[in-house]
Design a protein around this ligand. Sequence first.
Ligand code: SF4
Length: 1017
Amino acid sequence: MVTGPLDTPRERVNTCPEVADEIKNTTCYMCACRCGINVYLKDGKIRYLEGNPDHPVNKGVLCAKGSAGIMQHYSPARLTKPLLRVGERGSGEFKEIEWEEALALAVDWLGDVRRRDPRRFAFFTGRDQSQSLTGWWAAQFGTPNFAAHGGFCSVNMAAAGLYSIGGAFWEFGEPDWDLTRYFMLFGVAEDHDSNPIKAGLGRMKTRGQAKFVSINPVKTGYSAIADEWVGIRPGTDGLFVLALIHELLRAEKIDWDFLGRYTNATWLVIDDPGGAEDGLFARDAEGRVLCWDAERQVLAPAEDATVKAAAVGRRQLPDGRAAVPAFELLAKRYLDPAYAPEAVAAQTGVAAATIRRIAAELAEAAFEKEVVLDVPWTDWAGRKHDKMIGRPVSMHAMRGISAHSNGFHSCRAIHLLQMLLGSIDCPGGFGYKAPFPKPIPPGPKPAGKTVTPGQPLGGMPLGFPTGPEDLLVDEDGKPTRLDKAYSWEHPLAAHGLMHMVIHNAWAGDPYSVDVLMMYMANMGWNSAMNVQGTLHYLTDKDPETGDYKIPKIIYSDAYYSEMVPYADLILPDTTYLERWDCISLLDRPISSAHGPGDAIRQPVVQPDRDVRPFQDVLVDLGGRLGLPGFTNDDGSAKYPGGYPDYMVNHERAPGIGPLAGWRNPDGSGQGTGKPNPDQLQRYIENGCFWTHKLAPDQLYFKHANKGYLSYAKSMGWLPSEAQITLQLYSEILQKFRLAARGHGPVQPPDSERGRIEAYFDPLPIWYPPFEEAAVDLDEYTLHAITQRPMHMYHSWGSQNAWLRQITARNRLFVHPETAARFGVADDDWVWVVSHHGRVKGQVRLMHGVNPNTVWTWNAIGKRRGAWGLDADAPESNSGFLLNHIISELLPLREGGHRYSNSDPVTGQAAWYDLRVRIEKCLPEHCGATEPMMAPVKAPPRRGPRGLDDDGLHLRYGEELKCRKDAVDGEGSRFQEWIGNRHEVALTVSGVADGKGNVKKGNVKKPAAGGGSGDGEA
Ligand code: SF4
């Protein structure tokens, strides 16, 4: 008789089982949000994860990704031991070696290159959260060739923000969710900043007083719950925003007080066409910027708080030259009819009436719904204010702005709009997260002008140039960094250009390298533009020597990603639940607009494989190589306890270390103080985080708030208590333009003058994305972009047994009208064709997409054999990767040069500039994606699969069920599982293994009378 769920006569269910014998706190790393989690452990194994209700980031909320961290930990794709390549690159043929051999080899390779020429070592990291350590390590090594993945992620957002308002969207600022009345969201990746945005949107919508407008070509996730979705054409957000500015200026709906007090609107700009200082700020003999005192009718220092500065009016300087306030230049530019809603409607795909209405709504929210808090505060000049008055308009932006070749200026346009509305760090507006705001731009400048064998760099490899003299170029103006960051091609490349490293190293342009080391960067697949080209660069050999053109590649990752087979030496990393981590104020902390915070990860379980945390390995290598920052004077290792030792004892400057909480031996220090040997324990006791809540009078106007500025200085975030004046007009950009015009000692090569002149405008501009301008738009009529599924994070989710059940393949989403135009229907297979190549995928029709745009989920498509997936996994057969058809280089220009496919100011990878057409596949070509690359060979050993009893299946949780010994009717002993009704049913029907087989294993039908066990109902 089948004992089904409903006819079990005496089912006994333990409704309150003992789920854990231990609970440990740590920080989630299933995405970049850094939520606090409680890890329930039973018998030393992870039982389940929950959100930490006390944690400031998520307050107990745990998303689908976070919950599925268990399966990330038990992923069959985990690497198990150091590997040394024995076959050709790409073959996946490795032998396992011991750590000692691996480290000795790394020291041999790295020591040699450091003694000869440290520049020939390039170190680039992916989505790790330890860039403060990795950058410091590279600096100690002495190479300028370091960066993390920001160059292909978010540098447009970071640079535009830091050069405009001293802070940035993304992780460094947030909307005032509780007070805002109008929220505009521009193209945010939904797998990033996930819980905080979801929770914020939830609070805001529950309050019911704010309008949420989403500007995004695709209506998924956040856009789907917006009050208004504006399905803009990709790459035109900047133009749309400038049209809003046009309307606000026309209606004079701007915050004059805010502009006068906190921005450089009134600073006088020299108007001297052809002159060496044309477009720079007028200064007095002491170097102070001048404005026009409208009351006294004289020139006066802009920093003088008593001056009533004029925002318009042409003035004469003592030397006879003319000057006008920055605001006047701005107003003249954006009042031009070229920015009128009618003029931009066709390009943006947003109706003129919609633009006009949104501008009016912004003005209404800002000026008729102002928020007044009865909180007295004092500004930087000592002036007392009895209230905090806010313009409750908030904005947030990320990938949709960032991933275009015009993204820097588009992001600056959004910041300009915020400044005109007076909605920067005010009640209801956008708020800085500590340690921001910083001076504009923040220091330091990029190091690497001088590279000396065997010596550290003079500073950190990444920084912020303030003019041409800070570029890393040789006497001929040629780049001196491998990725050409900080060169005339990409002067403000503050995050480097990781997407160009492999190409440039292969091409020897500007030079070749001896050793390339990467960490958590899947450059063999979804982090690469031009995947097949990149694999060629990684495997190409010098025909004369037979050596690889990139001779040695060291790679560290926890998983068998597509990049692993292309490296020579693999240093296997741990999962995030097996290591210490530092989420530092020196890096990307967990601060909110309400105060600073940082956090740690602690190992909640020990690795069951021969793997080591990469951070520990770096500290170890630093000691073995004798890097100054990692060794004592006697040559001994400075941090023998590895990364946790470094987290506690490293001081970047006296009293300032990776962690801000509980400094000094007695734990009394916050921000600054001597190292505290008990610091990690104090973090653990506090749930693995530290926060400080700002006082009410420090909460807003942080750029000009005496109480906050003084606090920030005491914490070591600011060099002084001086006001941070927001930069509507960027003099730094103008300095580059003047160099292009022939002024100044550092000159660009003639080939770069036109490009610098065009893109270094001191006021935001809009121009068509480069690929759009370079290809035949009659042939490539569509935009193609990717979106991030909320339940995945980059490529990580496809190895996750739970998350794969949500999405295991991606479709090409097409608007029905567009599909009809191309003769395509739902479920059809199509080629997506760009100027660079073609990829095949299956169509899904949807209305919520801009009709000129097709899109797909990012990084679902996988290469066969990678990530521990079976060869017939849907990810590798029906899933597809758009990266195949994106080139890392722009089409050839005059002179034979090909620029990188990047923003000309920052070097940000222009993923979203892609233009395509679609072609319906012939019937014989349907059914599987192309290009279908050969499967990569599995590593010598796959990682343990949790509680895998047959070598084929990941059966996490089986051992967590209650069980008891029993005897069957024939007298044989067996283990009886006592679970819920579903499990009882399984004992009868068996467990399908996905291939038509039914496995019963040791799962048996319960004895008559039902189970008994702990806790009968
Ligand atoms: S939002 Fe990110 S960090 Fe937070 S629980 Fe989800 S995956 Fe983890």
